[in-house]
Design a binder for this molecule. Sequence first.
Ligand code: ZN
Length: 376
Amino acid sequence: MSTSPARVQCIIALGSNIERERYLPEAVRLLRRHPDIDVRNVSRVYESPATGGRNGAPDFHNAAALVRTALGPRQLRAELKAIEAQLGRVRTDDRDAPRTIDLDIAYYDRLVAKFDGWSIPGRNAATAAHIAIPVAEAAPSWQHPTLGLTMSELAEQLGASDGEVRAVTWIQLSSPYTLRGLDDTDDFDEVYAPRLESLVRQQLVELGEDPTRKGLERTPLRVAKALDFLTSGYSSSVAEVVNGAIFDAEGAEEMVTVKDIEFYSTCEHHMLPFFGQASVAYLPKGKIIGLSKVARIIDVFARRLQVQERLTNQIADAIEETLEPHGVAVVIKGRHLCMMMRGVQKQDSSMVTSAMRGTFKDNARTRNEFLDIIGS
Ligand code: ZN
């Protein structure tokens, strides 16, 4: 790795008006976990009436985060959209439609620029009190690139004419860890999970490394974020990822097969990756599920410390409980780095596990049909 690109500071505006108490903290958590985004400060949550003149539309909750990143503005925006998608946001043409989560770049360093359909500073950043007030809390001394005002001055002006933006104190966005503000500039060290990071630092020492050398300085932070992601299955659930996307399919009795879904997991014996393809089939009994949901169910269990056999069974159990089909089959082919990189070094070895339930277990013809389809 050569020297990393310069990191700049940005302010991200967050908004939600569906299950706000859930999506705002979750969005902040995903920002924190992002390998290329350091969260430096987060505002409180502010409540304001929904725009667009919709009577009865739920009020908006807004917040702002001061972050540091080496991503360019387009890349950063793409990452924010990916987080929105992960949180279930479906973008429509209706700008005032209710949304689970909105993540926009309000300010990007000193940049003033127009892009295709968006701009920096962000839409309404300097005109809407519900954006300016949380922004001012996250970065009070930030200078607006053209107006010659600080964020606190701007928020004060806008807030005076709009008394409807109120802080909501019962939603906690900031982590228990200390977040430092804008004024301590270059020596800033993001702290994500202090105990885990100090353990990684100790581990580096035990391995004979110098955790203060340049290339390792941010390694404990990166490892903590990576481990958090790789074990994020513990904090998700099948019900949450399926999210009601089960469809009635009266009379559909044909086998549904999803073949070769890529997965990555971590072996619980060595905490090293194993990865490969999972194929899943079921014989519906009136209920089917979106294909993409099968992949997400796999991730709920793959993103934990695992053994391949249990992963296989847990996926089969989840499909069985969700759809109550006539039968379920799961076959996983996995390659384990703990076998490939060390000891016997069987580079080509892959392990195959399967779970057969219901008709797939009882009826050889059904089972063979599935195995034919997946080419086993
Ligand atoms: Zn292992």
